[in-house]
Design a protein. Sequence first.
Length: 202
Amino acid sequence: MEKKENQRIQLTKRMLQEGLLQLLQTKPLDGITVTELCRVSGINRATFYRHYKTIHDVQVDLERDFIKHASPSNRQPRNLSEAKKMLEGTCSYIYEHAETAKLLFLCSTDEDMTRRTNELFQSFVELHKNEPTITDMDRESLRMIFSFMSGGGYNLLRQWILEDVPKTPQEITDILFNIIYSIAQSSEGHNTSRAVLSSNGR
């Protein structure tokens, strides 16, 4: 009984999320009313308020679900090759769901997506944490490096989708990987010239 109830809740939330995506194609988030969303979603107002307080709450759930599906794995990569593969998986998901990503980028406060990007990019730097110069760096310096990576990486992905930049997920992965790798190598005091090379020798 409990399982069926959970499935019913998930179905209701999915219907509301799909209804919100439909409405976002023609109007901004703050122009959408609960009544309008319920009509499009086939859900009554009482049911809506059983799960959400505002339209924004639906958007937050939608955003979190998107980020969750865009993340190929919750575990830390064991090496740079694995990290790059995970990053390519994220780029591919965003590319395959570009219309949804575009709507979320336009109406998002960026907080959740930026945080997830920070977690993803931090995993690259974590692979270098045992290097002598990394272990000598203070916590605040590392935190700022992570913030720089996540902010820049997030905005690169945002520009790619919103401006329909003609780049494949693999090409975007190469760009992001080289930027992240260069910063990580620079923080260790190493030569960064090899960072401009992609995995296929371009």
